[in-house]
Design a protein around this ligand. Structure first.
Ligand SMILES: Cc1cc2nc3c(=O)[nH]c(=O)nc-3n(C[C@H](O)[C@H](O)[C@H](O)COP(=O)(O)O)c2cc1C
Length: 514
């Protein structure tokens, strides 16, 4: 199916909506005995340990998130410590907790259900301390495993229609999604989670890359089959989601493309048996790009711009002055982050804290589908419960004006409880941020691939919000939602939009000493 047959994305989106009735009529019981392994293990490939004592960047989290990516005109080549820092603070194990069925290894970025379906690979030329090759990153022993020896960067560059950031990158990280690891719990909705969970991870990766002085960007335009072949993926189980070129070199002479035959490397099965959800395979197939020509054409889309006068009474966002901003480094904040499990319902945050979060998170992502930089596919809508300086109510964020327009005033904790799948978290938070998008316009412009883009962008902005909240010692959590009820709540303003993502911010409830 072609990328332009967009009924495929609508079919998937509509078919995976949550509603009050859908979760009651189709309850899903978890088969704990068949719980998937959270790691991809190549038992026969020797590990190449990455350095663990990597120097801290010393860069504050808030500036790492919000500063534009370092410009790519100067040469910047990551060394092994840079690569180790990037991989560890994106996907490394940061905490470990026992639960009745075993152990949960929590990772650097938030992930639905702590199921960690995103894998990282590196395609590199010769770097200081690392030979050219295609590697897989294993967070268990913080090491790389060599899958292919040699420089395959031209293969990758060609798959992106010679996207300059990839063609001139000394190394590119590839993020993949493993269906079963997440669909064990979330069934066919996992394809949305691919974007969300890959996005939160990318927020970390881009921030750490910026803090390391290395240019990086998200590349979503590539010939799927070629990248999957390079990584030797079994595409019924695992697929490439995006590329992140790291660094820049003026060296224009990439080596010739190389044959990439099947590797046949053994990997440990994730579960005793796996269940396949055809809706996701169809969605992936329909949003795949088949040739470099199609990639080039896809990437050349004009931006989606909207302008309207600012509503009377809109509140301008004023972030914390530089000298009052918390100075914790990006590494400290990533290590501290962990989704809030209970918010303090009696707490409030300040407008300056909220403004600082919005300032950091919505500066525009460096991504090939957002050129010129600064565009955004998702619109942000808020339910404000307890923000000093803001009336409780529903708001629309005007990114072009850095302002909040009041849509309706009122106490909406009960509604937030319902919209966030009847969980306490969105009711008890200080503010809930809903990501809504004009899917019709996005799909018309980008085809089915636009569906991947809008979910991924939401996850990445959500990931930045997490970091900006934790940098200010606040709490946050991603949430899921009743799709159509969210749209009804924010209508008529949101009438023609679709619900994409939800995140709550507040203050974690401090447990009383026993
Ligand atoms: C997109 C997204 C949606 C999430 N949805 C929920 C949710 O509906 N309810 C919940 O309690 N936690 C939710 N979480 C939090 C995850 O359960 C949490 O990230 C995971 O357990 C890993 O823990 P950590 O974030 O503390 O590292 C969500 C996280 C993300 C990234």
């Amino acid at each position: 199916m072609s990328n332009h047959e967009i009924h495929a994305a609508w079919k998937y989106h509509d078919g995976t909506k949550h509603s009050y009735w859908s979760i009651r009529e189709h309850p899903h019981l978890l088969d704990w005995a068949n719980r998937p392994q959270p790691f991809k293990i190549y038992p026969e490939v020797e590990p190449l340990p990455l350095p663990r004592d990597v120097p801290q960047t010393g860069v504050t989290a808030l500036s790492a998130i919000s500063e534009p990516a370092p410009s790519s005109w100067a040469d910047s080549v990551p060394g092994l410590p840079d690569l180790a820092r990037l991989l560890y603070f994106s996907a490394g194990i940061t905490k470990q907790r026992a639960y009745p069925g075993g152990e949960i290894y929590f990772r650097a970025a938030a992930c639905t259900g702590a199921l960690y379906e995103i894998e990282l690979y590196v395609v590199t030329g010769d770097l200081p301390g690392l030979d050219a090759g295609v590697y897989h990153f294993n967070p268990v022993d913080v090491s790389l495993r060599l899958l292919r020896k040699g420089d395959f960067r031209r293969n990758l560059a060609q798959a992106t229609a010679m996207e300059p950031a990839v063609a001139q990158a000394p190394a590119t990280i590839i993020c993949t999604g493993t269906y079963w690891r997440n669909s064990w719990k979330y069934q066919a909705r996992t394809y949305r989670h691919f974007g969300w969970d890959n996005g939160t991870l990318l927020a970390n990766m881009l921030a750490v890359s910026a803090a390391s002085g290395l240019p990086a960007e998200i590349v979503l335009g590539f010939v799927d089959a070629e990248v999957n072949r390079l990584l030797d993926l079994d595409t019924r189980r695992e697929v490439s989601l995006c590329l992140v070129p790291i660094g820049h070199t003026s060296e224009s002479s990439l080596p010739a493309t190389k044959e990439a035959p099947a590797l046949g490397l053994e990997t440990i099965p994730l579960s005793q048996h796996e269940i396949e959800y055809p809706a996701m395979l169809e969605m992936h197939d329909a949003s795949s790009l088949a040739s470099a020509e199609e990639v080039a054409q896809w990437r050349g889309k004009p931006p989606v711009v909207q302008c309207a006068p600012l509503a009377a009474g809109a509140v301008l966002l004023r972030r914390l002055p530089e000298e009052e901003q918390p100075k914790d480094t990006i590494e400290q904040v990533i290590l501290r982050r962990g989704s809030t499990r209970t918010f303090d319902k009696a707490a409030s945050i300040t407008l300056a804290q909220l403004s600082t979060i919005f300032h950091c998170a919505t500066r525009g992502l460096p991504a090939d589908f957002l050129k010129p930089p600064g565009e955004q596919l998702n619109d942000l809508y808020l339910i404000v419960h307890a923000v000093q300086g803001l009336k409780p109510g529903a708001y629309f964020f005007r990114r072009d004006q850095d302002a909040l327009e009041l849509l309706k005033e009122g106490e909406f904790r009960a509604q937030a409880h319902h919209l966030g799948l009847e969980q306490e978290l969105p009711a008890d938070a200080c503010v809930d941020i809903f990501f809504l998008a004009d899917l019709k316009r996005i799909l018309e412009q980008y085809g089915n691939r636009g569906y991947r883009a809008v979910q991924l962008e939401a996850g990445a902005i959500g990931g930045r919000i997490y970091l900006a909240a934790y940098a200010q010692h606040l709490g946050a959590t991603g949430l899921t939602f009743f799709d159509d009820d969210v749209i009804s709540f924010f209508s008529p303003h949101a009438r023609d939009k679709s619900a994409i993502f939800l995140l709550a911010i507040g203050k974690p409830l401090k447990r009383k000493p026993q």
